[in-house]
Design a protein around this ligand. Structure first.
Ligand SMILES: Cc1cc2nc3c(=O)[nH]c(=O)nc-3n(C[C@H](O)[C@H](O)[C@H](O)COP(=O)(O)OP(=O)(O)OC[C@H]3O[C@@H](n4cnc5c(N)ncnc54)[C@H](O)[C@@H]3O)c2cc1C
Length: 477
């Protein structure tokens, strides 16, 4: 799909087709542009003639798979409703500089069709956002999934009628869909923490320059647009850590506002070479099987040097038991392996003593990599064991702090008071900025589901059902 069709402005043929579908489904509140769809290809007879079986909410990877599975394999009549004006979910919305997958793309891809696997070529081992979005577009077109999606439609209410055993799904466009099945493919990281939300930062609305949330990065702003700008970024989670090195390369000056330091490890991303490509394409079958049997669902590792496996075995890096090593041996291993050592410690997850030793070694290595001792100290995590948060992956994150145009403000030494019209005011002083980036993350896991205002049996809302914590059928007890 051409870029123009995804950039928030263009009218794709697919979009027109979907509006036509919507018209055939006889919904209320049809948009005026429906007239423009008059010449678009007709929807499938199934969609027009039969009542819906399922409403799928979201057209990210999960939504695309749900359409494929329910419509094409089970023969159900489905519609997918999507807030955005394109497919891809995470990769449609997160267009910030440096956004990329941090698992290997051969595993972050659909496995249902071998021709798809064979025809698609990943450029990098861990693809960047534009190529993942291109892939999602390709899959949607290739399997004709788009005709079942209605874009620019946000689900705002879902009520279950016990008498008819049907869901009534209402949207922000004023239409209502009725179906037996409601499939929430709304994403676990799709509702950004924006000003006014739970992680509110006062004064953001007063800032006179542009404010970009990484999870809603404007489609027409590229890193080049940050040239000559004084940029501030709040947040050093995964999105912040991916974007900071790229923004630093382009901005005149970058100030990073850090609340929590992370244990970040190098992603070791690189271009896909011919040998790797051939090996993967020749072994997709065993690779997928091995992934299914692996504890976390992927085999090539969460970042790391391992770039490939022939599908017959799990890659096995050299492992070290840190408590079996002398202090000198630990330092030698650190010298030899660098940050990779922290992927290879067999006992850090088993013993707090071993974990504390690893944390000390991490701090030692940071002091080697980051030249300014005070900056290295600010970047050193405290109060959290290694490996207890989701592992963050980076490309040149720590060395970025050796650049003369990058400053790190440790908010543990004095927090943000307010954003002002010209920058950010903290208890440590004021920073003038031209652009403010919010890498403040998401209302994770339940945020998007709760915003659908789901009301189930006995008129109970999901909100109240989960009042004491979210639980569901598949939750291990
Ligand atoms: C920056 C970033 C990087 C990531 N990197 C990785 C990675 O490397 N590896 C990995 O395994 N995972 C990664 N993830 C997690 C990622 O979210 C999942 O891998 C996957 O993309 C989720 O797919 P999904 O279809 O479930 O949800 P999403 O891709 O989030 O799609 C959900 C869709 O639902 C739509 N939606 C939500 N609510 C509504 C509503 N009420 N009405 C209509 N539409 C709605 C949204 O607009 C969105 O398009 C990353 C996440 C982020 C944010």
């Amino acid at each position: 799909m051409p870029a123009a069709a995804r950039d928030g402005t263009a009218q794709s043929g697919a979009r027109r087709r979907l509006r036509a579908l919507r018209c055939h489904l006889g919904q209320e509140g049809a948009a005026p542009e429906l007239a423009a769809a008059a010449s678009a290809p007709a929807p499938t007879p199934a969609a027009a003639e039969r009542p819906l079986d399922a409403v799928i909410v979201g057209a990210g990877f999960a939504g695309l798979y749900a359409i494929r599975k329910l419509r094409d394999e089970l023969g159900l009549n489905v519609v997918a409703l999507e807030t955005g004006n394109g497919v891809g979910g995470t990769w449609f919305w997160n267009r910030y500089p440096g956004a990329r997958c941090d698992v290997h793309s051969v595993e972050y891809s659909f496995s249902w069709d071998d021709e798809l696997q064979q025809e698609w070529d990943w450029e990098e081992v861990m693809a960047a956002q534009p190529q993942i979005l291109e892939y999602a577009d390709h899959v949607a077109d290739r399997f004709d999934l788009t005709r079942s999606i209605q874009f620019e439609t946000k689900v705002v209410g879902c009520a279950f009628n016990e008498a008819t055993e049907q869901w009534a799904v209402t949207t922000d466009r004023g239409d209502t869909f009725s179906a037996q099945f409601l499939i929430g493919c709304v994403g676990c990281l799709s509702t950004p923490n924006e000003p006014g939300g739970a992680n509110d930062i006062p004064g953001v609305d007063d800032f006179e320059g542009p404010v970009y949330h990484t999870g809603r990065w404007p489609h027409d702003v590229s890193p080049e647009d940050l040239r000559g700008q004084r940029v501030g970024i709040i947040g050093t989670g995964s999105s912040g850590i991916q974007s900071i090195p790229v923004i630093a390369e382009h901005a005149e000056h970058l100030t990073v506002f850090q609340r929590t330091a992370q244990y970040s490890l190098p992603a070791n991303n690189h271009d896909v070479d011919e040998d790797y490509r051939e090996m993967i394409k020749g072994n997709y079958g065993p690779l997928r099987e091995l992934a299914k049997k692996s504890p976390a669902g992927f085999i090539t590792g969460f970042g790391g040097r391992t770039s490939a496996t022939d599908g017959t075995h799990m890659p096995e890096p050299q492992m070290y038991a840190i408590m079996d090593m002398t202090p000198e041996e630990r330092l030698e291993a650190l010298e030899r392996e660098g940050f990779e050592l922290f992927r290879q410690l067999s006992d850090v997850g088993m013993s707090m003593e071993a974990n504390a030793v690893a944390c000390d070694l991490f701090a030692t290595h940071l002091r080697d990599v980051v030249h300014d001792p005070d900056t290295a100290a600010k970047l050193t995590p405290s109060g959290q064991p290694f490996g207890c948060k989701r592992q963050v992956m980076d490309t040149d994150y720590y060395p970025t702090y050796n650049r003369p145009n990058v400053d790190l403000l440790d908010l543990r030494r004095g927090g943000i008071k307010t954003v002002t019209s010209t920058g950010v005011s903290t208890e440590q002083g004021d920073t003038d900025l031209d652009v403010l980036v919010l890498a403040t993350g998401f209302d994770a896991m339940t945020g998007a589901l709760l915003r659908m205002n789901i009301v189930g049996r006995d008129g109970e809302s999901l909100d109240s059902h989960w009042e004491a914590g979210n639980h569901h059928k598949l939750k291990p007890s």
